[in-house]
Write a protein that binds this ligand. Structure first.
Ligand code: PMP
Length: 433
């Protein structure tokens, strides 16, 4: 890893040493540590538009966008203004505001399957709460999730999880009891036969099926339409609640998320990232009869001191307003096609076995000769090749996800010229393999 650290500046190296003595692994969330690519992370000073600046004063074209939220670009002036105005009025009250209803209306308008919505502080809280409500509403215990899908660090969902869990090779975390994982059934993604078999065996006991409707957390994996259609019909027949975890895909793949893009209506949806405009805010919602089980309308407990926080709500509301007005999705799709084709051509020219998989502004270059449809496929990717690509791109001033098992994200302020610069950098890096 010493040879790889050359592209990390001295101030970032020193900052990481300091942080490691204070914070476990030096980071407040594991994916940030660059562990999967064998190095030391950049420490960030600030970000603006499509660029992120490290504390050594270097500028990088950013393809992480805070792992999804920054679809408008960093420090979008309208969002910054909204946050500044809100914080000047007091940062938290622990009492209701009209702004929360405003954001709820925006969410319900964007995602028609959501009739009622609760605001929470993180994607983890959203999925944890959605599972609890689904169990409360159905009176059933079992939950199906898919290997390589990540839904935050909810105990019962931290089984065969993607993202940092997959990256670090510990899908099952110490500290999760057998009891907490015992009602979770893990199935392979995109496997209709496995789904049918699970329902044949346990159908009347399954409270919910939760999935990433496009997976970002094992690298970008696309659901087959047969898989999505079967999920909808099988769960409907069994009285099981279908939960789309759109924490990554919501407001990204379309204003109405993956469910709008694919025309499938789930019973419940979890949102995060973009809905908070870069602030700690997430949401879960769904059919009114299900959501009205939540206290104080119903009996399922869920609460939060900072839930619906006025500063976070202001950022989310401003972000959604701009997305609805501008509807950048056609343009993001075109840029995604351009980037994907360019990366694939670069890998082909270099003779590097690859798959570029993408939907809209989420893209993964898999160092894998075969299509990636599930976690077993993803797991066969060449992590070492990805690490070399990652460090090569850092050397070219381009900040890509630090793991083969994370999708890249770009924003509406990434220009065609930036995309082309990225493709040229990839050509250079891959040619040296
Ligand atoms: N669900 C999905 C699909 C995610 O991608 C993530 C985070 N990457 C989460 C849930 C958890 O969200 P948070 O990190 O805000 O807890």
């Amino acid at each position: 890893s010493k040879t790889m650290d050359h592209s990390i500046g001295p101030k970032s190296l020193a900052a990481f040493d300091r942080a490691r003595a204070l914070i476990p692994g030096g980071v407040n969330s594991p994916a940030r540590a660059f562990g999967a690519v064998g190095g030391s992370p950049l420490f960030i000073d600030r970000a603006e538009g499509a660029y992120i600046f490290d504390i050594d004063g270097r500028r990088f074209l950013d393809y992480i966008g805070s792992w999804g939220p920054m679809i408008l670009g960093h420090a979008c002036p309208e969002v910054v203004d909204a946050v500044v105005r809100a914080v000047g009025r007091g940062s938290s009250y622990g009492a209701p505001t009209e702004a929360e209803s405003e954001l709820a209306e925006q969410i319900i308008d964007a995602v028609p399957s959501i009739e009622r919505v609760r605001l929470v502080n993180s994607g983890t809280e959203a999925t944890m709460s959605a599972i609890r409500v689904a169990r409360g509403a159905t009176g059933r215990d079992k939950v199906i999730k898919f290997a390589g899908n990540y839904h935050g660090h909810v105990d019962s969902l931290l089984v065969a999880a993607g993202s940092a869990a997959a990256t670090l090779g510990v899908p099952d975390s110490p500290g999760v009891t057998a009891g907490a994982g015992g009602d979770t059934i893990v199935l392979p993604y995109n496997d209709v036969a496995a789904l049918e078999e699970a329902f044949n065996q346990h159908g009347s006991k399954i409270a919910a099926v939760i999935l990433e409707p496009v997976v970002g957390n094992m690298g970008l994996v696309i659901p087959s339409s047969e898989f999505l259609n079967s999920l909808r019909s099988i769960t409907e027949k069994a009285g099981t609640i279908l939960i789309f975890d759109e924490v990554m895909t919501g407001f990204r793949l379309a204003y109405g998320g993956a469910q709008q893009r694919f025309g499938i209506t789930p019973d419940m949806t979890t949102l995060g990232k973009i809905v908070g405009g870069g602030m700690p805010l997430a949401a879960y919602g769904g059919r009114a009869d299900i959501m009205d089980q939540v206290l104080p309308a119903g009996k399922v407990f869920q609460a939060g001191t900072l839930s619906g926080n006025p500063v976070a709500v202001a950022a989310g509301s401003a972000t959604l307003r701009i997305l609805k007005e501008e509807s950048p999705y056609d343009s993001l799709d075109k840029m995604g096609d351009r980037l994907s084709e360019g990366l694939a051509d670069a890998a082909t020219a270099a003779g590097v076995p690859h798959q570029v998989q993408h939907v809209g502004s989420m893209v993964t270059l898999f160092f894998n000769p075969d299509p990636v449809r599930n976690w077993d496929d993803a797991d066969r990717s060449d992590r070492e090749a990805y690490a070399r690509y990652f460090w090569g791109m850092i050397g070219e001033g381009i900040y890509m996800p630090c793991s083969q098992f994370e999708a890249l994200f770009f924003s509406r302020v990434h220009t065609e010229a930036m995309i082309d610069q990225t493709i040229d950098a990839a050509k250079k890096v891959l040619a040296s393999f």
